[in-house]
Design a protein around this ligand. Structure first.
Ligand code: DI6
Ligand code: FE
Length: 404
């Protein structure tokens, strides 16, 4: 077998579902050809090969590159002042209703140039990359007018070209009402659906469509119209669902075969059942849960019972989740939501890929998949969920190219 690269002397957490925890192979090897995994298995079974390069890892653990399937990485401004307000007892909803919150990030994002937005997002991206992330989803939603939404999405695409990670974009036009439409939501909702989304899609800037379903944001009816348009354009949908209240978001997401329903702290059992039926992934965002000091834990047991795949993501955003570490997020998912370390790591690999519709390309170490790998200085995979803030990464590879 001809290969560009042989990775050897390593332990593999393939994350292939089966009887072996983490799909682990204790003494493994990986052959990489044209950016994809050409062979993977126990070193003892390695076929005859010719490799351009050999990388020996001195017994280190290799996992699929981590996938952060829900972020708002691109934004302008700073909202640490709101953090201080919240510590004094003002609630997130109160801040939003009094003109702060998302709308304050909208003001700052509109003011920033594309270069400024790119530079600040790249600084945050470093935290994700240093914790093993090789694929990141980035949402719009702090522009909320045609030019500013397109600007955000172009910056996200540029991060995909220049940032050393794979990027998927989501159009999040129904995130908040922009200040100029404060008193006429209908005009804005129609514009987001009929003008901004089609324009962004026509420019190749959109991989999926997202919305924020919440009494302080948008209703099931408004979002249904958006999702119908997304389907008309051939785009999959995702949803910020049931984060602060049971808004029937899980059922709405399932009704439109959403790739994922995210947050889902308050989702009801019918919603979880509907998600299971449609294969909608539940994306857990423990950073937002922590920062808002939430007490309602997402229905993890129901998801296990009904077989809803669970992903884990940072939700990196300036309001509710200023989190730029994927491994710390795994820890929070275990400590706060009682995921097992294996479930948490699956959530950042196999199920994170599914939440982006990329399960055939990414998320496990299997023949044919992209050679996106993270190499770790750990003795057991559970360490990835155990440490808070420790530097565990040895190297990261995207399409078989070393990026860190
Ligand atoms: N994701 C979001 O989009 C909102 N909450 C969340 O978890 C609001 C983010 C913000 O306040 O900027
Ligand atoms: Fe979010």
């Amino acid at each position: 077998m001809d290969a560009d690269l042989l990775i050897a002397d390593c332990k593999l957490a393939t994350m292939v579902k089966g009887d072996v925890p983490y799909g682990a192979i204790e003494d493994g090897a990986v052959l990489i050809k044209d950016g994809r995994i050409a062979w993977v298995g126990p070193r003892a079974d390695l076929p005859e090969y010719k490799a351009e390069k050999i990388e020996t890892l001195e017994g280190r653990w290799v996992t699929p590159g981590l996938i952060d399937c829900h972020t708002h990485l691109v934004f302008g401004g700073d909202r640490s002042g709101e953090f201080e307000q919240r510590l004094e007892g003002v609630s997130y909803e109160e801040i939003a209703r009094s003109g702060g919150g998302i709308v304050s990030s909208v003001r700052a994002t509109r003011e920033d140039s594309e270069d400024e937005l790119f530079a600040s997002a790249m600084a945050r991206l470093k935290g994700l990359k240093d914790t093993g992330v090789t694929t990141v989803e980035i949402k719009s939603g702090y522009g909320l007018d045609l030019d500013s939404e397109l600007k955000m999405l172009r910056v996200a695409r540029r991060i995909g070209r220049e940032g050393g990670v794979r990027v998927r974009t989501s159009y999040l036009g129904l995130h908040a009402l922009p200040p100029e439409h404060k008193d006429d939501r209908e005009t804005y909702v129609t514009k987001a659906i009929e003008d901004i989304l089609p324009a962004a899609h026509a420019q190749g800037l959109v991989d999926a469509v997202d919305a924020y379903c919440e009494p302080i944001a948008f209703s099931v009816e408004e979002i249904s119209r958006l999702f119908a348009k997304a389907h008309e354009l051939g785009l999959p949908v995702k949803l910020h669902a049931d984060q602060l209240s049971d808004s029937d978001g899980a059922a709405l997401a399932a009704r439109y075969q959403a790739l994922s329903a995210d947050h889902i702290e308050y989702s009801n059992e019918d919603g979880i059942r509907a998600m299971a039926k449609k294969g909608t992934v539940g994306v857990l965002l423990p950073g937002a849960f922590l920062m808002l000091r939430e007490t309602q834990v997402p229905p993890v047991d129901l998801m296990r019972q009904h077989g809803v795949p669970m992903a884990v993501a940072t939700d990196c955003n300036p309001g509710t989740s200023p989190v730029a570490s994927m491994t710390s997020t795994l820890n929070l998912a275990c400590v706060q939501f009682r995921l097992t370390p294996e479930e948490a790591l699956s959530g950042a690999t196999r199920e994170g890929a599914r939440a982006l519709g990329l399960q055939d390309e990414l998320g496990t170490l299997e023949v044919g998949k992209r050679a996106d790998l993270a190499v770790w200085n750990i003795t057991r995979p559970a360490e990835l969920s155990y440490w808070l803030g420790a530097p565990l990464l040895h190297s990261a590879w995207v399409d078989g190219q070393r990026r860190i």
